[in-house]
Design a protein around this ligand. Structure first.
Ligand code: XMP
Length: 525
């Protein structure tokens, strides 16, 4: 693969994505990883990412000792971006000044040496690029030449052709650098000779082979299906590899959407032919949640209950097949993997730390299970492409994300109070159906209703009512980390509100959430 050593830039994942868009497999690891980890990945090219530090700062992160020697010896080209370039310059004996000029934002640069690594397309004329740095390379190490300069005259790109070391002071991966993608393409494919042949079909084949090699011929695998894209695609893949030695469990925790259990079970069985057992554990979950108002506590209870139900599943499988399952399948994605181990000082945290997300982290250990995570190198859109090859329908693959704790984080306060869950289900269903009918489902990233434990006075017919309020929330987003609220047209809202108030008993007021993230989160709890 192309290997990215991450030094903490907010753009590092974007580099990964851009290069994958060129059909080249890219893997990103912490920049301070030992050399043995790097060598084991056998990279074709190594990219040093940007980062928030100055190379002069105490504890500024760096690649392992011997890294440059390894690259040179093995003829592996190295491209440093921003901080990565300064690190390269400093470690090779050049000089990096502590920034006086401070170049941030859009900047004009010009190629000053056309024999350099930009290629004919990216070389022509002036170009706009995205700079974000304070420090600057003021003396280059021996053998380097300047390939491009900013209009202010500072070094924008450098290269040591025989050692195959390259540096960019700006960020080619962001869209504000319009020729950046062409530069990356030319650099990786034409200069470094990396083949652009990474296809989802190959990923599927590789992963099936991997699962087959991991799971012995009599071994059994269990997995929890949530009804979401990730666990479903992971299960389809493993099912293709080992057939009915995969045993899936779908848990109805009583916090699912309108008819969700019936809908996804029909899809699993009839369309996808997955071996899946359905357990109705709703009473058990709701009993534990009775009277609980604190959001974090609710999440914790649901997580613990989930583990309890799941632990009962393994012995059931054992009594059926005569052998204890040895593996647990999880639909972990690439962002979960990197985000769980961000480089120090990157300032990056995962939403895990903001809300304790429902997951089954403790399970494999407690149940003595080995983990299988066949999607762990993929981004969400790549998982969707893989799902398509596995014949999962488009409508399933485009489902909006749904949180593990389900409607418990959408009924504020005690979820068991009154008829709150059912009211919410009906409102939510009307809202989502209206979005689908209006052809907006794929444009909107996530939409749902929230139940407020608040009553207000209304008038319906000739009668005064004292009923609950609900909130409609629809957002657009890239990845859920930030979000904008969706602007519905007037008629859409008028129709939806009228349907909700006419059809759902117990609701006399509908509000719309018009807060972006930040400052709000997507969910209300
Ligand atoms: P927030 O509310 O953190 O949501 O802005 C961001 C995205 O994460 C989903 N979400 C969760 N997903 N378990 C999950 O599996 C959770 O506890 C959880 N909380 C939020 C949320 O639906 C949105 O897509």
């Amino acid at each position: 693969p192309v290997l990215i050593l991450d030094f903490g830039s907010q753009y590092t994942h974007l580099i990964t994505r851009r290069i994958r868009q060129l059909s080249i497999l890219t893997v990103c690891i912490n920049g301070t990883c030992p050399l043995a980890v790097i060598a084991a990945l056998n990279p074709r090219v190594i990219i040093l990412s940007g980062g928030p530090h100055s190379v002069h700062a105490d504890g500024a992160p760096s690649f392992a000792d011997g890294f440059l020697h390894y690259a040179e010896e093995n003829g592996v080209p190295v491209l440093g971006i921003c901080y990565g370039m300064q690190l390269l310059v400093q470690k090779l004996g050049g000089e990096v000044s502590i920034g006086v000029k401070h170049e941030y934002g859009k900047m004009e640069i010009a190629v000053v040496d056309e024999s350099g690594f930009f290629g004919p397309e990216a070389s022509r004329g002036h170009q706009t690029v995205w700079m974000s740095h304070g420090d600057e390379a003021i003396r280059l190490p021996e053998g380097f030449k300047v390939v491009a300069r900013s209009v202010q005259g500072s070094v924008a790109a450098i290269e040591h052709p025989s050692k195959r070391f390259y540096g960019l002071q700006y960020h080619p991966e962001v869209t504000h650098s319009p020729k950046g993608m062409e530069l990356l393409r030319h650099f990786l494919i034409d200069i470094c000779g990396v083949p652009a042949e990474w296809k989802m079909e190959d990923v599927l084949e590789e992963q099936i082979k991997y699962v087959k090699s991991l799971v012995g011929p009599d071994d059994h695998v269990i997995c929890g299906l949530s009804g979401g894209v990730d666990s479903t695609v992971a299960a389809m893949l493993v099912h293709k590899a080992i057939g009915d030695r995969l045993h899936c469990l779908f848990i109805d925790n009583g916090l699912l959407r309108f008819k969700e259990r019936e809908r996804v079970m029909a899809c699993f069985k009839n369309d996808l032919h997955l071996p899946v057992t359905c357990t109705d554990a709703s009473e058990q979950f709701l009993k534990k949640l009775k009277g609980v108002k604190d959001p974090e506590r609710k999440r914790k209870i649901i997580g613990e209950e989930f583990i309890r139900v799941f632990e009962d599943f393994a012995p059931k499988v054992e009594s059926k097949v005569g052998k204890r399952p040895a593996f647990l399948l999880q639909g972990t994605l690439y962002p979960d993997v990197i985000e769980s181990c961000p480089p120090p000082g990157s300032g990056r945290t995962h939403s895990h730390t903001i809300k304790s997300h429902h997951n089954v982290g403790g399970l494999p250990h407690r149940m003595n299970l080995k983990l299988i995570e066949p999607l762990k190198l993929l981004f969400k859109d790549e998982v969707r492409r893989l799902g398509k090859i596995l014949n999962v329908s488009e409508s399933f693959l485009k489902r909006h994300p749904f949180p593990g704790p389900g409607l418990a984080v959408r009924v504020l306060g005690d979820v068991t109070e009154g008829n709150a869950l059912n009211i919410l289900r009906e409102v939510d269903e009307i809202f989502i159906q209206a979005i689908k009918d209006a052809g907006l489902y794929d444009i909107i990233w996530q939409a749902f209703a929230v139940f407020l434990p608040v009553r207000s006075v209304g008038v319906q017919g000739d009668q005064r009512t004292h009923a609950n309020a609900v909130v409609l929330r629809a957002i657009t987003s890239e990845d859920g980390m930030t979000a904008d609220w969706y602007y519905f047209d007037h008629k859409f809202l008028v129709d939806v509100v009228s349907k909700i108030c006419n059809q759902v008993r117990g609701v006399n007021r509908v509000c719309q959430d018009i807060t972006s993230k930040p400052p709000a989160t997507v969910e209300w709890e």
